[in-house]
Design a protein around this ligand. Structure first.
Ligand code: HEC
Length: 194
């Protein structure tokens, strides 16, 4: 009788701790997800208005210089402030840092499949806890669509002076040929978690 009760107590205790730790894991995942979404807002919220301003002020060639100089700085400031790794990646990359790793490539391919299946690009995101080099890492990606304004520098028919400005900084550029609505790339954020 006594033994039976003991087992029950132990079972209940371990079950409840199982549920508690799962609840904590879920809470942490939600918190990380929300942090990542906040970073998207900050990143896009700085990049887009500044790009538009640069286009208006100096035209697209000057705006290429702006993107070249400013986009990496915005990413770095955000990373320093938040403690996350902050980047943008693409299957057809322009910037040297924008080449996706294996995990990012898989997610970008998945995003393209989802788009082909009719899912809206605007809300596409994916997160996962991975184990890299022995470290548990929370990874998050959010798709970036191609708007009309992006075609000036990423479209199928980029004007010659803009092409030249891009070639100057990005001799290996692969980020033209996009159409409105295409997935241009994605924000990709990660941080080591316990
Ligand atoms: C004035 C030209 C210009 C316009 C317009 C422009 N971009 Fe870019 N884009 C660039 C340059 C230059 C880079 C490389 C920046 C760097 O070195 O980090 C870039 C990089 C990117 C990247 C990072 C991945 C990669 O391939 O390097 C993404 C994503 C991106 N652009 C999306 C967009 C979107 C979305 C729009 C429209 C809202 C847009 N761009 C409009 C010039 C432009």
């Amino acid at each position: 009788m006594k033994i039976k009760i003991m087992t029950r107590v132990i079972l209940t205790a371990s079950l409840s701790s199982f549920f508690t730790s799962n609840a904590i894991a879920a809470d942490t995942a939600t918190a990380n997800m929300e942090e990542a979404r906040g970073l998207v807002k900050q990143f896009a919220g700085q990049l887009k208005p500044e790009l538009k301003k640069a286009m208006k002020a100096g035209g697209p060639v000057a705006a290429v210089e702006f993107c070249h100089a400013k986009a990496p700085v915005i990413a770095k400031n955000l990373a320093d402030k938040s403690g996350w790794n902050v980047s943008r990646v693409s299957l057809k990359a322009r910037g040297a840092m924008a080449t996706p790793d294996v995990w990012e490539t898989a997610v970008l391919n998945k995003f393209n499949e989802k788009k082909a299946a009719g899912e809206p690009v605007k809300t596409m995101e994916f997160s996962e806890v991975t184990h890299e080099a022995g470290q548990k890492t929370f990874r998050y990606m959010k798709a970036i669509g191609t708007a009309e304004v992006c075609l000036t520098c990423h479209g199928t028919n980029v004007a010659e002076p803009i092409k030249q400005a891009i070639a100057k900084y990005y001799p290996q550029d692969n980020a033209m040929g996009f159409k409105k609505g295409d997935i241009r790339g994605a924000f990709s954020f990660s941080k080591v978690v316990k």
